[in-house]
Design a protein around this ligand. Structure first.
Ligand code: HEM
Length: 174
């Protein structure tokens, strides 16, 4: 079975871990009360989100340069098209989500408030459209990932074609 390269597989699993962390921190931020509590969480959320963006850009660069393994043999062409479409949508969302976060901190006055360490300068993010956009992309990406995982599990346990091997770090001979 053809496999993704080791570096693409590493980026895939690292992105998953970082995504779960960014999602958790985003929810903690949403729940956090007060300036101090939020400022303590912002750097981690921003840094992890930025790392996801960088990894996604590196991943798309490698895929364009070196290509990707051919679709599974024996798969239905329509199923392969849906899977590829879903993957492309994921890359777009993995770029759009951090970018919307960056736009938010730079256009709402949040960055100035954090830099000045001044709670009186803290904007009400809920009033800004970009906050809604960020939250909407989160909802869409979570749904897209759920579909992506469901499809992988269907292949692994119902079709039993061992599809997980394609994106494994370990190399297989066959
Ligand atoms: C893929 C990476 C990211 C994920 C999964 C993510 C997820 C989230 C989630 C779930 C929320 C809560 C949304 C809500 O209010 O309902 C949030 C809020 C936020 N995110 Fe992100 N985010 C990501 C990247 C970024 C980046 C790169 C930045 C900025 C550089 C950023 C800035 C923010 C800000 C400013 C908020 C509002 C926090 C507040 O309420 O004070 N995010 N994010």
């Amino acid at each position: 079975m053809k496999q993704y390269s080791k570096r693409i597989a590493a980026i895939h699993w690292l992105t998953l871990i970082l995504f779960i962390a960014a999602l958790y921190l985003g929810h903690e931020l949403d729940e956090a009360e007060g300036f101090t509590a939020k400022v303590a969480l912002y750097p981690y959320h921003f840094l992890i989100g930025d790392l996801i963006l960088i990894l996604t850009l590196i991943r798309t660069y490698f895929m364009r340069k070196y290509g990707k393994p051919a679709p599974l043999e024996g798969g239905k062409p329509i199923a392969n098209k849906v899977a590829t479409g879903l993957q492309h949508l994921l890359y777009v969302l993995l770029i759009a989500l951090p970018v919307s976060g960056m736009v938010m901190i730079n256009t709402t006055g949040l960055m100035e408030a954090v830099k000045a360490n001044d709670p009186s300068k803290m904007p009400d993010l809920e009033k800004f459209m970009v906050h809604e956009v960020h939250a909407a992309i989160v909802a869409i990406i979570v749904l897209t990932i759920a579909l992506h995982v469901a499809a992988a599990l269907f292949h692994q346990f119902i079709l039993k074609d061992n599809i997980i091997r394609r994106i494994a770090l370990k190399r297989f001979e066959d």
